[in-house]
Design a protein around this ligand. Structure first.
Ligand code: 5GP
Ligand code: ZN
Length: 113
């Protein structure tokens, strides 16, 4: 299996998992860009946001719901946080298994780089 995030879902690659359920897994980013940097992914392989068609709307929505729950667990709900979905090369996507970034614990800049 070539996809590193599918390997994490399968338990074949170590990850610091903070939450999981029947549809999604959340784990700490290996190269954190903020005090809290967690990736929320569907168990099902979907290449990226552009490939999440009508069939997957519920899957993508679930990632946002999981992010809110994990943010509360991390104690960053009150201060606020940023959710990011990168699509393709110009979007900065480097892993082609759709993932929602949860970033918090510091003030984010805008516009993003
Ligand atoms: P992208 O640039 O595709 O939006 O984000 C991919 C993210 O996955 C990056 O922030 C990168 O640090 C993280 N990442 C890549 N490989 C691994 C890995 O094997 N384990 C973990 N925990 N994070 C990874
Ligand atoms: Zn995958």
């Amino acid at each position: 299996m070539a996809c590193v995030f599918c390997q994490i879902v399968a338990g074949e690659r170590p990850a610091n998992i903070v939450y999981e359920d029947e549809r999604a897994v959340a784990f700490r980013d290996i190269n954190p860009q903020a005090p809290t940097h967690i990736l929320i992914i569907p168990r099902e392989h979907i290449d990226g946001p552009a490939d999440a068609g009508a069939d997957n709307e519920m899957v993508i929505g679930h990632l946002v719901a999981v992010a809110a729950r994990v943010a509360a667990d991390e104690g960053i709900s009150a201060g606020g946080y940023r959710l990011v979905l990168n699509q393709g090369r110009n979007g900065g996507q480097s892993v082609f298994h759709v993932h929602l970034h949860l970033l918090g614990g510091r003030r984010m800049g805008w516009p993003p780089g």
